[in-house]
Design a protein around this ligand. Structure first.
Ligand SMILES: [Zn+2]
Length: 116
């Protein structure tokens, strides 16, 4: 691959250009359970069998996505800046998201992280 494509705007990102990677994990959240003595005395075998039966008729892909899904995106700097300002794409009323980028020296950045 000679270049990347920004997954947000479609811009071409050359291999020597600064590229950002966004990893997004969406997973079912649960609160830690408080286990009571009565919970330990229950027989869960039947409940587990019912759950397995129910899952047999479900789409495996949908089941997996209901529990956990990961996305990985390549972004150009412009889109990285946009994402930092509004990670969920929401804008407070009356606010403007500027397309103007703060100054950034790619070569200096690469030298600082030791790969330039
Ligand atoms: Zn972009």
């Amino acid at each position: 691959m000679k270049y990347y494509i920004c997954d947000m705007c479609g811009a071409r990102i050359e291999r020597n250009e600064l590229r950002y990677v966004v990893k997004m994990n969406i997973f079912a959240a649960y609160d830690a359970m408080q286990i009571e003595l009565s919970d330990l005395e229950k027989d869960y075998e039947e409940e587990i069998h019912k759950l397995i039966k129910k899952m047999e008729h479900m789409d495996p892909k949908q089941l997996e996505e209901d529990v956990h899904k990961q996305f990985v995106f390549d972004l150009c700097r412009k889109c990285q800046q946009r994402l930092l300002k509004s990670p969920l794409g929401r804008r407070p009323e009356g606010s403007k998201v500027s397309d103007e980028l703060p100054p950034f020296d790619v070569d200096d950045f690469l030298r600082q992280i030791g790969s330039g």
